[in-house]
Write a protein that binds this ligand. Sequence first.
Ligand code: F3S
Length: 61
Amino acid sequence: MKTRVDEDTCIGCGLCEEVCPEVFEMEGDKAVVKVEVVPDGTADACRNAADQCPVTAITVE
Ligand code: F3S
């Protein structure tokens, strides 16, 4: 599973980093994905982060 953040859409709320810090981290006022592939144990948290992002900036594939 892979995920990405649309940096043009992200408003920097930081929720994704709170929900799934293994995958997302804040870089300035934007979130970035810090792993090439989402680790197995964090897939649910990653999906939760995508569901909860207020501007739907996170894509999971
Ligand atoms: Fe940005 Fe959404 Fe995360 S607004 S900081 S991608 S929760």
